[in-house]
Design a protein around this ligand. Sequence first.
Ligand SMILES: Nc1ncnc2c1ncn2[C@@H]1O[C@H](COP(=O)(O)OP(=O)(O)OP(=O)(O)O)[C@@H](O)[C@H]1O
Ligand SMILES: [Mg+2]
Length: 593
Amino acid sequence: MQPLIQTLKYTKNLWRYYAGVTIFAILSALASLAVPYVIKLATDAVVATAKGQPADYMYIIWLAIALFAADVAGTLFANWGGYLGDIMAAKMKKQLSEHYYQHLLRLPQSYYDQELTGTIINRLNRTIFEVTQFLNTFANNFFSMLLTVVIVLVVLFFYSWEIALLVLVLYPSFLWLTTLTSKSWQKYQNAKNLETDIASGRFAEVVAQIKVVKSFVQEKLELGHFERRFQNTVDITYKQSKQWHNNDVIRRLVLNVIFFAIFVFIFLKTLSGRFTVGDMVFIIQLMALVRMPIFGMSFIVDQTQRAIAGCRDYFEVMSLEPNIQDAKNTPTMKIKKGAIEFNEVNFEYKEGEPVLNDISFTVEPGSKAALVGESGEGKTTITNLLLRMYTATSGAITIDGVNVVDVKQRSLRENIAVVFQDPALFSGTIRENIAYAMPEASDEQVIKAAKAANAHDFITKLKGGYDAEIGERGLKLSGGQKQRLAIARALLKDAPILILDEATSSLDSRAEVQVQEALERLMKNRTTIIIAHRLSTIAHVDKLITIKNGTVDETGSPLELAKTGGIYAQLLELQMGASETAKKQLKAFEIAS
Ligand SMILES: Nc1ncnc2c1ncn2[C@@H]1O[C@H](COP(=O)(O)OP(=O)(O)OP(=O)(O)O)[C@@H](O)[C@H]1O
Ligand SMILES: [Mg+2]
């Protein structure tokens, strides 16, 4: 129950709806009780006439009208309450979803590293659906049912304390018997939820990368994973449902015995004259009213348990504290020059597995520095730390002497434009993607950025031009086109610091030269960190920083490092050699043909 109460507290701004739903539930419970009472009065009147008293037609007609009025009132109350319940659930869903999303957006990159996208989304949908679904049903049905039971009990005490007492023990014993099984039921349910969350996570991943699945012909394997997860839920359901229903039989038997006793009591007392026939009819109808919620109890408990499990999962995510947080009065970063310094920075993604060791280097304001190193050495990681996607384990990263951990994350990131290794575009139009940093950008600004990124020509050739939809993550574009849009997007951001992580790797040599020119223009007066495997791309930088074994190996100008025999010199030789070999091959081919 605790998580459910927590949810209600969490959404206490909806109290008007809770109050409205409560009032209509009380009114419709009263209306549903009025019906058996009027029938009791009618029965007594009819029986009296049968015993020889004069027939009072007007009285009977008025009773029929009262019956009609109670029915109509019941319908209206139920529907008004239902309307409020629907709105309440919709508002609650909106609020819970928004808070969840807002919270997820605050969580650091490391959270996303561990969880599959689909799992995160499925959990959001499942938990919020279950909670709101429960409260909606509760508001529209359960609640007035429960109130009816309470009122019936009060009325019953008036007629017969014996029956009232029997009904009174009925509920707690039934609830007690139910909770006996509910713990293990919940355990099973959690296990099932976990399976579906994982299956959905993989499902979303497969849908997003269907091309890979198809090309490796692994549809069967993926379907197999999916089936296995769902088969697990079926297997769990066998145990879960069997246990539940076995116990339900026992529970209901207990109920049947109690009801048997109640009915025997009512019949005997009517025969002995303690109850009138009208009383008997009335009490039997009241019994029907209290029976319904009890026999529907397993459904209620089932729904409640789902909701509780949902709430728990919801708050589990909500209680995750981001390990990167801005303190209240953290200053904002104001970059004047853009001098970057890494001072003995250490970092590990997972404890005990260091990626960066004692990284120290400086990038002068307005200059271009290139990070060179083999794949997996930690170049992208260095830029991640500069953006504070993660926090360094030790050491300091400063911009103009200010440590990046001492300023608001937002302000830090506002000052850095990045072209990621993977272009990572969004579905939507080309214009929306280029203007992502500045949605209010004018057409001229967007076109200027596109031109600078050498993207304008291909965009205008597309059907729809700047309004062309590019599909999920830009899948309707070629790799080089995506990269040019990513560059245009970074250009439009116009930040004092620029990070280019393999920004031109998908471009052909001609396009690269053109984009390079644009980038050269852009890099003027900005501090730029470039990562490129193609050495021609970084031949003109001011400083090279080579990374080996997770630490800085050498720093110097390209000219200097070409002679030291270090990584850069080796790579240079390798790439030059490669082009020499290519030239020779081409020559041989020309001669042969
Ligand atoms: N999110 C992550 N969680 C755990 N380990 C990671 C994560 N990202 C990267 N790594 C590991 O950190 C190391 C450095 O990765 P990084 O992406 O920085 O390399 P890189 O130098 O940019 O390589 P490349 O040139 O191939 O892009 C790699 O060994 C990688 O396995
Ligand atoms: Mg990288």
